[in-house]
Design a protein around this ligand. Sequence first.
Ligand code: AMP
Ligand code: ZN
Length: 461
Amino acid sequence: MEQIPELMLYDTYQRELRPFKPLEPGKAGLYACGPTVYDYAHIGNLRTYLFGDVLRRVLALNGYQVTHVLCITDVGHLTSDADTGEDKMEKGSRRTSQSAWEIAEFYTRAFQQDLAQLHIQAPTVWARATQHIEEQIAFIAEIERNGFAYRTADGIYFDTQRLERYGHLARLNIAGQQSGHRVDIRDKRSATDFALWKFSGAEQRQMEWDSPWGRGFPGWHIECSAMSTRYLGALFDIHIGGEDHIPVHHTNEIAQHEACHSHPPARYWLHGAFLKLEGGDKMSKSDGGFLRLATVAERGYDPLAYRYLALSAHYRSPLSFSWDALDAAHTALGRLRQACHRLPDGGRPDPAYRQAMLANLNQDLNTPRALALMWELLKSPLPGAVQKATIRWLDQVLGLRLDEWTPPRHAIPEPVQQLAAARDLARSERRWADADATRLAIEAAGFAVRDTAAGTIVEPR
Ligand code: AMP
Ligand code: ZN
């Protein structure tokens, strides 16, 4: 019997590769921190969701039924991660002179379109922070009952000093943090304490709610604690996000959860490395100079070329974006499509290649190795139909829609299309000499001819 290689995932919490063992056999609960919808996503953000998509597809390939919850942060994320500054949604509202609710709706839709263009599977549950205020208030109330919350002039704060293991995920040096950081909120007890609920105070806000502590809005981290518990339970399998979430957002999510359940919410924590700009510059939403998927498409690239580029790097390795790198991905994707299109149907995946590809995907999602094996397969002496079936199988994870691709029609000039039609007619009437003559004419015009059951297919050479 074929040995299925075990799925190993790198868990940031334990800092090691661990075999994936689900809480419930055959099922996997996956929670992903989503975008703050005050602006478009940039292609760096999208790299993180591509990583989540690969994880989800690899889980499915291993036979797991995945419940994937993706949150939409539409309130409470302040311009500074230290609980100061303005709510990004309210700020976005002033920038666009639309209401905070309108921009949340607008950018959520834009985000969903970006995901679809990249063939990222839609989550099982879209969880919006503003639609779960009650759950967040209940969560804060429990933290307070357990003695981990205190009141300041501007909100309800989490008392991080009461948790022995605070900061374990990030291996935070708490002593160093406390002395090195300015405490920028008046009457906050220590630098690492964070807001659970902020009071509206004198500030004019569009998004605010009543709570047992006063009118205001939730802190940024509580939404994920409340929504992951609601949809996946108090303990679930995998929590993911970008690597920037390790020191603050996920650290604080864990603290909130520990205060109520005495354990972190998830059993595996996976983090995707950042996309950088060539030269090492950061790509950031708030700086304005960021690159959107729409810009990539406007420059004539298929969005799936960006997907290919992301797959060509391991999710835990930094990736530098450059137009040259995208060009190379675009060319590779084109070659792959052509190859797949030309190869005959009717084969079965090659067991050895399938095994090797799965082994690499199961080794912490090694997509670059899986891609390398695919190119090796295309050069192998295996029958074309076997190659095609194997690549199709792998595309369940790559998600490059290789099966759906056909050469663009406009690439074939009208006279050549007419020659192809004439050739089909000649063949159906068994006029072989005429059929051969049209083939030569098509080839002389620089195109290749392929005979299929459905008729003549003409392709650029
Ligand atoms: P935000 O909308 O700023 O809350 O970020 C949404 C997601 O994108 C988070 O999971 C971040 O970790 C991730 N992210 C932000 N910048 C980058 C980047 N340059 N490369 C990869 N992921 C990023
Ligand atoms: Zn989160």
